[in-house]
Write a protein that binds this ligand. Structure first.
Ligand code: AMP
Length: 507
């Protein structure tokens, strides 16, 4: 069996790997490290969780032992699609590079330029960046890329999803052609293959089987729901509260706006909850993640992009508030639980409009997922109206929110000013302001009978604040699209049209 010492790594690196407690390289490490040390280009097809980060960090550390950095001329460059991934790679350099004296600079959005400038001035051996922020630095004329010997493009398929490929092409043009390129992607759609063909010269292709199956230790269930967000939120609350084994959970939404809504709703209901959201500045995100990792908050609402690649070893539950549109995202999401042979549970809320996405997931993982309490045909009729007086399945979010969701999702013609509207003024949401302080539990009509034994609620804990003002607004004004290393920005209001704009004036 191959061991780390067979791979050609330096003594300093080997000793740090031993201290990290690793003895056997993972397949991507065994396949990529030896050719990387020979200065070959690598095409690595592997996703997070396979040990892919160390497969480029360890050979880079070994190669960097010769030579030193000059001011404003980084020696190596790693491109990551999100701030979190970039920060995690930096942590890996600290862990495996503890016997080296290397300067590592992390250039990500949401952090002040000045601090980053100072690091560049000192000379960076390793530059870890999101593409937009790197280009911003280059345009400020403070960075010379001609000394870059190794370029790493990580999570290339995610870069494609996020619209970063033109930025990457621009960056690649700034770096000498003679560089070594290490290119990683979880999947190889044709666009990524084309990009790899352009960027790589005679690469060593290392493919570790793409996991299109989910761990057998994870219990997966579909949960039937109606499609309105307030109905889904009620179903989710019931589900969380019924989980006796729930230690902690990540709740996935498809869009960052829904992350914000769900976070607010769960806070109001007294759950111990945080959110990973694209509009949070970096230090808030790091704090949020740390609070989740050390158990100060129990539930984390996140989007795929914000949560991508996060190394959170021990999550007992995953809830898909939305069925992922891309079936592979289901595999990524579910991969957050049941790690290292532990047991885990994953629940996916499915409404009628989601069935085609649920079918695609079952096709991808090649197995039927059982329904928790009967399929969609067993669902009671939806609640017709906010004020019909009929009891709602699973309760509602206090008095607020229901109509707002209806209005947002409804694709039928909007009421026009001057015409009669069926939306009543008392349906106007009053909760449009952001949550800024500790969330108080609301009194829900179902509270008495659904009080959880152990799951979800810790209302006496201080709620972290996931939506502080971004301290980087100056930069964002000019660099709005670029500095978003969190996903596409909606145009105008996107789907999130405030409800008051949809209400007709009095006839
Ligand atoms: P990654 O795919 O880089 O996100 O790594 C996933 C996890 O695997 C991280 O927690 C690493 O610390 C861990 N890891 C990396 N290499 C090894 C190894 N050779 N043996 C055991 N765990 C590893």
């Amino acid at each position: 069996m191959t061991t780390f010492s067979d791979l050609g790594l330096s003594q300093k690196v080997l000793s740090a790997v031993t201290d990290a407690g690793y003895s056997i390289p993972t397949p991507i490490q065994a396949g990529a490290i030896p050719p990387a040390l020979q200065r070959r280009d690598i095409l690595g097809i592997a996703q997070t969780g396979t040990g892919k980060t160390a497969s480029f960090v360890l050979p880079m550390l070994t190669l960097l032992e010769k030579g030193r950095a000059r001011a404003r001329m980084p020696r190596t460059l790693i491109l990551e699609p999100t701030r979190e991934l970039a920060a995690q790679v930096a942590e890996n350099f600290e862990k495996y590079g503890k016997n080296h004296k290397l300067n590592i600079a992390l250039l990500i959005g949401g952090v002040s330029f000045d601090e980053q400038d100072r690091k560049l001035e000192r000379g960076a051996d390793v530059l870890i960046c999101t593409p937009g922020r790197l280009l911003d630095h280059c345009e400020r004329g403070k960075l010379l890329m001609t000394g870059v010997e190794i370029l790493v493009i990580d999570e290339a398929d995610r870069m494609l999803d996020m619209g970063f490929i033109p930025d990457i092409e621009r960056i690649a043009k700034l770096i000498p052609f003679t560089r070594q390129t290490l290119f990683f992607s979880a999947t190889m759609p044709p666009e990524i293959q084309k990009l790899a063909d352009r960027f790589l010269q005679n690469p060593e292709r290392v493919e570790v089987s793409v996991r299109s199956s989910t761990a057998t230790t994870v219990t997966q269930r579909l949960v039937a729901t109606h499609s309105k967000d307030y109905e889904k939120r009620a179903v989710l609350r019931d589900l969380i509260q019924s989980q006796e084994e729930l230690k902690n959970a990540i709740i996935f939404c498809n869009r960052k706006l829904d992350v914000a809504d769900l976070f607010r709703s769960l806070s109001r209901h007294g759950f111990s909850v945080g959110a990973l959201h694209g509009d949070m500045d970096q230090s808030s995100r790091t704090k949020m993640l740390a609070s989740f990792k050390d158990g100060q908050i129990q539930l984390l609402v996140a989007s795929d992009v914000a949560a991508r690649g996060l190394d959170i070893p021990d999550v007992s539950h995953v809830f898909n508030f939305d069925v992922p549109i891309h079936a592979e995202d289901y595999v990524h999401r579910i991969g957050r639980t049941g790690r290292a042979g532990r047991s885990g549970a994953a629940f996916t809320l499915v409404s009628k409009r989601d069935t085609k996405f649920a079918d695609a997931i079952e096709k991808l993982i090649d197995k039927k997922i059982e329904w928790l309490n009967g399929d969609l045909s067993a669902l009671p009729a939806p609640v017709e109206s906010h004020d019909s007086g009929k009891p709602e399945r699973g309760g509602r979010d206090g008095k607020r929110g229901g109509r707002r969701d209806d209005a947002r999702r409804d694709r039928t013609p909007r009421p026009v000013a001057g015409h009669k509207s069926d939306i009543k003024t008392d349906d106007i949401p009053t909760d449009l302001e952001p949550v800024t302080a500790k969330a108080e539990p609301v009194k829900s009509e179902r509270k008495a009978e659904t009080k959880p034994q152990n799951a979800g609620r810790h209302s006496n804990r201080p709620a972290p604040q996931p939506y502080p003002a971004n301290d980087d607004n100056r930069d964002r004004r000019n660099r709005y699209r670029r500095d978003q290393d969190d996903g596409p920005t909606p145009v105008g209001f996107g789907d999130d049209i405030p409800a008051f704009m949809l209400i007709a004036g009095k006839a």
